[in-house]
Design a protein around this ligand. Structure first.
Ligand code: 5GP
Length: 184
């Protein structure tokens, strides 16, 4: 496992993004919508670095599950529980890869009439993009590697790591324990 972004670098960048979002929303009260489950640590840290009133909600969509390759078209698994009409909405993503998930989310939310819709993504694998989606706030652009840590998992492992690390191809082969748990 190779550490790509250390914990201090992440914390520093999250503080900067928080200040930037605050500057862009002088009236306050944006609604942050986190994309479960990879967003959880980023969302919590971002909230602590966001010095304006804001609300949060969460959405869950189908994604990579236990594989390291895209699982195809995104599907809404859990929706938010409120009306976003007239709200300043910010989608909080852990990572944007091909962009299909974000494109799906943007179309879903834009159809509900928010006052504005922006995205903050901690990581951006721009070289893999297939959909031309705008991302207003990007933490770090990263190379085409499968990464874990800081909320991101591989078969539900590694989310707790305080840094972002890239797994080698050998590490992406499921272990017997993971196989017998039925998640690979
Ligand atoms: P996209 O639709 O942009 O191809 O994929 C977005 C989703 O794929 C992310 O929200 C994340 O769940 C997953 N994903 C993409 N790349 C990685 C990666 O390198 N590591 C992990 N753990 N998940 C990834």
């Amino acid at each position: 496992m190779e550490v790509l972004i250390g914990s201090e670098a992440i914390q520093g960048r999250v503080r900067e993004i928080g200040r930037q979002i605050a500057r862009d929303h002088p009236e306050g009260a944006p609604l942050l919508i986190g994309v479960l489950r990879g967003c959880v640590i980023f969302m919590a840290d971002l909230m602590k670095c966001l010095p304006i009133p804001h609300e949060i909600d969460f959405i869950s969509i189908s994604s990579y599950e236990s594989s390291s390759t895209s699982s195809g078209a995104p599907r809404l698994v859990k929706d938010i529980g409120r009306d976003i009409r007239g709200r300043d909405v910010i989608i909080v993503e852990d990572i944007v890869d091909t962009g299909h998930t974000l494109d799906f989310l943007r179309r879903t939310f834009l159809a509900r009439g928010p006052a504005s819709l922006k995205t903050v993504a901690l990581l951006d694998k721009r070289s893999r993009r297939e959909c031309n989606v705008p991302i207003e706030y990007v933490g770090f652009e990263i190379p085409d590697r499968f990464v874990v840590g800081y909320g991101l998992d591989f078969a539900e492992r590694f989310r707790h790591l305080p840094y972002i690390a890239a797994l080698s191809p050998e590490e992406l082969i499921p272990t017997p324990a993971i196989r017998s748990a039925g998640v690979a």
